[in-house]
Design a protein. Sequence first.
Lengths: 203, 841
Amino acid sequence: MTDTSLSLLQRLRDTPESQSWERLVELYAPLIRSWLMKYEVQDTDAADLMQEVLLAVSKDVRRFEHAGRPGAFRAWLKEILVNRLRNFWRTRDRRPKLADGSMMLEHLKDFENPNSELSQLWNAEHDRYVLRQLLTQVEPQVTPQTWTAFCRVALEGQTPREVASEMGISLNAVVIAKSRVLNKLRQEANGIVESSSNFLADR
Amino acid sequence: MTNKASHPTNSELAAYGLGQLDPEAAAAVEEHINRCEPCCETIAGYSTQDTFVGLLQEARELPTQSSGAKGQRTTDSDVPEVPAPLVDHPRYEVFGLIGRGGMGHVFRARHRMMNRTVALKVIKQEFVRKPEAVDRFRREVTAAVQLSHPNIVTAFDAEQAEDVHYLVMECVDGIDLAELVKDRGALPVAEACDYVRQAAVGLQHAHERGMVHRDIKPHNLMVTDEDTVKILDFGLASLAPVALANVETTELSGDLTAAGAIMGTPDFISPEQAKDARSADIRSDIYSLGMTLYFLLSGRVPFGEGTAADKLKLHGETHPVKLNEIRSDVPEGVQKIFDRMTAKDPAERFQSPQDVADALQDYFGAPPTSAANKRIGESGRFRWWLVAAAMLIGVLGVFAYQNEHLFSWRVSRASDVYAPISELESYIAAMAASPHDPVFMNVYELGTDQVALGFKASSDGLLMDIDVSSSGGSRSRGNYANRMKEIAATLSVPVTEEAQIAQDGSVSGVNFAFRLTGQPSAIAKNAYQIVTEGLALNTDANGLFQCRNFPSHVVCSDDYSERRVSADEFVAEYERGERVFLGEIEQRFFLIPEERRYESPVTMNDEIWYADVRDLPIGFARQVRLQAADEWYRRRLGEASPRQGALNAKDLQPELKLESKTVTGGTGGLPKVHTWHFKGRNVSDWTIQLLLAENGKTKMIQEVDFEELPSEFTNQIRLQVKDPVGADHQRSLNAVLQVECPSGSRCNTTNENKGVSINIEAPFGAEREKVDLSQVAANQSELLFAQGYWKDDMNHGTSMELMTEATKDGTAVFLFVTLDWKPAGNPVNSSSAATATEQLP
């Protein structure tokens, strides 16, 4: 495993709450917003709920036990989200004139079940959203040339040789660019995104 | 590690290509391929795909999160446009700009559903960039929303559309005093003083509710067409940075504009607030109001020369040019009032806005202009019911908003109660016991023609008010009032009538006040009868009450964890007298531990239980509320509670407690032993089980069912677990439950000393423990302990059902230890609850 570089999860745990807060917002706000939308939470309420969820995460991330289980973090996050949503809909359900709360509560049960389709969707979206943010974060950390080479090979599926000749750089440089950026992304995502951590040593 | 002399293996090269090597190995490969072209070619020839890369490709399809303001013009552009998120807003139709301010621009808007005109103040982005600022803003606005007074612009709510924060407020047709002076120059003395007096009356209202404005200035005082002054922007000063303090010493250039934008100009700021914004109290507002008076009378700011820092300094050191040196018609008395409002030392100022209003009123006699304040036989102070009527309007506004888009945050939603009229009695009783806030009732909701009732505490009970104005549509209100008077007469409830005199001397309305005295339940009963019979109400209908006294005693912290109990348990607990009802939020009833019963406010934590009112036996909640009110009252009178006996008798009540939990072993091949120590009293029926969940089903492994237990006992439950993992992740699990039988007990055991013994493929394992078991809940199965084993990626919920569910595909198993406790004499049903209250006097 990596000793020299910290994963995002480790940094979240090690940084003071105020800093980890910003990171969390950056990383997770889009995902959570999209799920609150799915549950028809609007505007002000969504902002409140999102804040609640992220506050809970930032407060407890230090105590979060990964226990070597892949997917544990997103499951934990989902648990927090479900709890907040349930509270929200339960109170909403109580208000007169609003009848759709109990239906939402039913949906939530389904969401809570780790084997449901909803949960699978959550897992997939979680990884996608987090990686999207990671890509944005990593880009400025490397030279533009490295980034372009990486994108073309890894993300757009061009062959290293094509990229090397189009960009007018050595094959070696393309191979290294791709490897380094991928490696960086894996390290960052380690513990948060499944399938990021299959280093050779683990096989 | 890669040997530099030889080539890396093919799998190393492939792993490198995918960025899977750890840094050291990667560095070695990198170094190698710098020299060795064939290896580089090899890597280039490998597939570029793996799961992770696939995920990255998918991720890239998502749009990036835009962090900037979407569609919003820069705030300093010449003509501010309606911010994009507010265009085609589902709730508001936003029209043009009606005002500009340091904090943000104000737009006129129509609430689509209510068809009512409101003003939206869109807060500038720079003030709400930080989550803390938004938090502070919301807290302050939440407090400001509670303010409702003719001299304060009513704030309804703070909302957010995408990244645009805005305040929804009453739309006031009028002009601010800065504008007015710009148009007309210095004002006549009496007019200026009346504006300031009105502002002071508004400030007093806020002051009584613990609020400070912090940015009183002519720009923030609106005067309407009827010459009523309304204070703007309560709560908004919270967005100003706290660090105005160092404005003198630190670099002024950049910060000054910011400070200027936020605080207007520092022309009206008190010396202490200039030093430390946090130290501002109501007396700082009085200072600023004094400087505002100066502005109105002189047409200029007190210290016109110099930079912001100079001005701040001058506020601390010197006095402005005397008013009667600027204009000769300012009487000495007014100069004195001004001097006292603007004393450098807050202790030398008027200590409350009311004092300012009184001083101005005493000097000028009856207020010359304000219709809103004109009352006969009153010495300038507002009488409560006029305020109450205004508050009611405010409250209705808030409620309407909340009902539509739900509550924005907790404090405000706690104050509205929407309940059947049949419950009115209990709310009135509750209020009579704890007279902090009035109960309002809007009967209009019930179709009875705009009747609003207000309740207010008096020294010996309550006053119930109905206000009948001479304006259109209130003839039937007069009829209702007369009916209510008749019923009051039969109940010997005295009624007073007060006329409200309009500006032209005509009677514009009558206020009927019913004086209700006695014990809370008696007050409530009379009030209830007068209201329901007088207004001929259908008591099944829902009415809107505003009852803040109970909910305001329960403060929910951000991440409160409540413990929900079953209705039976709630009733049983209440009957046992160990915990006492305190308050209600929406449909929840709370049980507060006895020792914290009269704490105010009570912070919500897991000691406080709640039950859903709808689950409770019909009438129970109502009875409890009435009873709690009477108990409160008795306590106030120092009388012993009739429930005292019940409290002493609690020694005999059943109780089962977890005293401690210990874990030993678990390392070096030793079995892990969990031991729970229990203490019980009158426990009677108690069952302990060890369960195994596998393939989606739970089966009972061991059971100990106590048939007889000593009245007082201690007991131990021990779970011994051996779960070594062998080759191929095979785990041989062996667990056995041992339950001690205290002397004097008799129990049935199933599979004594014969636990579970299975082999499973499960490299992973985890324990889950119910932490809060100090009081074991009666009449329900409690999960004491759970241990799971599984093969690969798995997550599961925390309930036994969900954990069992997680074993469905055969790759996981769970062990559970559960307790079932059924104390004798339960459940207590609703009829006994009702009986208990019927015994009350």
